[in-house]
Write a protein that binds this ligand. Structure first.
Ligand code: ZN
Length: 198
């Protein structure tokens, strides 16, 4: 027997499809939303719609942005010859929060994982290689300290070192398996300053 109406079930289904949301949490969220004043619930729906319709990849670094180029790639104040490679836009935001990195970024949107069947062609890797045709002095690999992050770092370094471009890896001190976005700014800065040649 169905306890809930079709619309409620649909809402619960949508929430359960989100990462880290089990069916119990999905039900709790659905009923929370339905218990909110109509304007508040619709504001959430609007925010999702607005973001999804206007946010896209920066044509240069592939960060999520609302313009053709993100503000960092578009800025003449930034050092465009230093590219930091990160797994996702949140990692980029974490480095931006330190306010001490003046280069630009490249967002891979994932990491190589043979176990999950994610290969080099599934992330924005050839787009990175393409950028190296320009005037690039250093590529700082800031993928996570997880198995996938390390595999990706090795792969990238082997790929671009022959081109004679300096390749560095952020220092350990970033805990193994740690997601960059959860690490505090001091640790991030220390990792960046202590980066090692690959
Ligand atoms: Zn960009």
């Amino acid at each position: 027997m169905e306890y809930y109406s079709r619309q409620i079930n649909q809402l619960i289904d949508e929430f359960s499809a989100l990462p880290g949301i089990g069916s119990k949490t999905a039900q709790r969220l659905a009923f929370y939303i339905l218990g909110q004043p109509k304007e508040k619930a619709l504001a959430l729906a609007d925010a999702i719609k607005e973001a999804r319709e206007h946010v896209r990849y920066c044509k240069t670094c592939f960060a999520l942005t609302d313009a053709e180029q993100c503000p960092i790639c578009a800025s003449s104040e930034r050092d465009h010859s230093t590219i930091m490679v990160v797994e996702n836009t949140r990692d980029m935001a974490a480095y931006e929060k330190t306010g001490r990195y003046n280069g630009v970024y490249h967002v891979l949107h994932g990491a190589i994982s043979p176990m999950l069947g994610i290969g080099p062609a599934d992330i924005k890797l050839k787009e990175l290689i393409k950028r190296l045709e320009g005037d690039v002095h250093e590529v700082i690999i800031s993928t996570n300290a997880s198995l996938e992050g390390e595999t990706t770092a090795m792969y990238i370094s082997k790929l671009i070192k022959p081109a004679g471009i300096r390749v560095t890896r952020i220092a350990s001190g970033v805990p193994v398996g740690g997601d960059l976005e959860y690490i505090d700014e001091v640790t991030l800065l220390r990792a960046l300053e202590g980066r090692v040649e690959l």
